[in-house]
Design a binder for this molecule. Structure first.
Ligand SMILES: [Zn+2]
Length: 419
């Protein structure tokens, strides 16, 4: 089954050397495996961690007691040997994901294991202000809480921002398409919802989702590029780790230079990838009304079926693919990923011209990093941003499950699920 993946997750981890830190480390490892695999058998946990059956039993028991995992039916898929109990993430262990953009505020509850429970997309007629986002999220969250299972706990809020985010305090340094600068959205949201809030760039969140659950789950060197209403963002996983850079802003791949004397970009430069390859141009080419932009991918592919009506659209796609290829060549030469995952509207370019990007990337005679890189579409579609935002909120929980939950044990309002 997933044993190779399980082994790789554990490989290189260092079992702690005093009793408390060993226990914390082992709890974290087991919860991390159950989370990223969205369910794993006791036998797999034993094999993956090298811990004996009784230790695994005790660790799982503690996670059950904490309300973070549930033990369920026997692993039916296991054909050989003794059947093993499956350990699955508790459906009541939740994070709230928030992703504001220029024409929609997306909010969802995401369960441990990366499962989106009830996404809400709140459309706005113009880019929302920070105060409006707080009000919208608070109203949606209040509505959601009435339909939650009796035993649940919201671990925190993950905020995915189409812009630069201060990695220390979550301040939005700049989100040019939203018109935001130095905005304390994370702090305001935390105050309004009475929950801890962690913020990051949207594409960085998406990269985390891809690395944990998506196309990149068995890949240690991955570049994720996300194209949204607010431009193109990137996240880079290298050697299994998210690259952050000196001040936390690494991966601004949307500002890779792709055309000399090109279009002015919000960053003050000219000819950046996100200024040249835009969702707006595709929307205009298919004439999609404001309320139907979620259907852009299907609208583009449908219009391309019509040979006579599609030449202008085909030219736009050819041009965008060629410019995206220029950007990706730089990225691949610089980072040598084994996989590039394209999400958001960038999926359209691959689906509309299935071989063009790969061919442009691998010009004849190509050797080195560009020879072997694979390109995949984000299988989670637009959801990877929300799943990745939840990862931000789950991170401190998974790092120290018992420690994270301990301070709030007395809080009668935050009901902890139990088996
Ligand atoms: Zn730029």
């Amino acid at each position: 089954m997933h044993d190779e993946r399980v082994r790789r997750t554990v490989a290189g981890t260092n079992l702690g050397n005093n009793r408390d830190s060993t226990r914390q480390h082992n709890l974290s490892t087991v919860l991390g495996l159950v989370h990223s695999m969205a369910g794993v058998s006791r036998a797999q946990l034993t094999r993956a961690t090298g811990l004996n059956r009784s230790t695994i039993g005790a660790l799982v028991g503690e996670l059950v007691h904490l309300g973070l995992v549930v033990e369920s039916d026997l692993d039916q898929a296991q054909q050989h040997g003794r059947p093993s109990i499956m350990i699955e993430p508790s459906p009541g262990a939740l994070a709230l994901s928030v992703n504001p953009d220029i024409d929609v505020v997306s909010v969802a509850l995401v369960a441990l294991g990366g499962h989106i429970v009830n996404p809400v997309r709140f459309h706005t007629v113009r880019a929302p202000s920070v105060a409006e986002v707080v009000n919208i999220v608070k109203a949606i969250y209040t509505g959601m809480r009435t339909s939650l299972p009796a035993r649940h706990r919201i671990m925190g809020v993950g905020l995915a921002i189409p812009g630069l985010v201060d990695p220390v305090d979550g301040t939005v340094i700049e989100a040019p398409h939203l018109g935001w600068r130095d905005q304390r959205l994370a702090a305001l949201l935390s105050e309004a919802l009475k929950l801890p809030v962690t913020a990051a760039n949207d594409a960085v969140a998406g990269a985390r989702a891809q690395a944990t659950f998506g196309a990149g789950r068995d890949v240690r060197d991955l570049v994720y590029l996300y194209g949204g209403a607010s431009g193109i963002g990137g996240g880079v996983i290298s050697g299994g780790r998210l690259i952050r850079g000196a001040t936390g802003f690494a991966g601004q791949l949307g500002h890779t230079h792709v055309r000399s004397g090109g279009t002015a970009c919000t960053c003050g430069s000219y000819g950046c990838l996100e200024a040249e390859v835009t969702r707006e141009e595709l929307i205009a080419a298919v004439g999609l009304p404001a309320g139907e932009r979620e259907n852009l991918e299907e609208a583009v592919l449908e219009k391309l079926q019509d040979e006579s009506a599609s030449q202008e659209l085909r030219d736009i796609i050819d041009r965008q693919v060629a410019l995206l290829a220029i950007g990706l060549k730089s990225v691949v030469n610089l980072l040598n990923p084994s996989l590039i995952v394209l999400g958001g509207f960038l999926r359209i370019l691959v689906r509309a011209a299935p071989d063009a990007l790969g061919e442009a990337l691998r010009t004849p005679g190509t050797r080195g990093p560009r020879e072997s890189v694979a390109i995949e579409l984000a299988p989670l579609g637009e959801d990877s941003i929300l799943v990745g935002a939840a990862e931000l909120a789950f991170e401190p929980l998974i790092r120290d499950p018992a420690g994270f939950l301990r301070p709030q044990d007395d809080d009668a309002d935050a009901r902890v699920p139990s088996a």
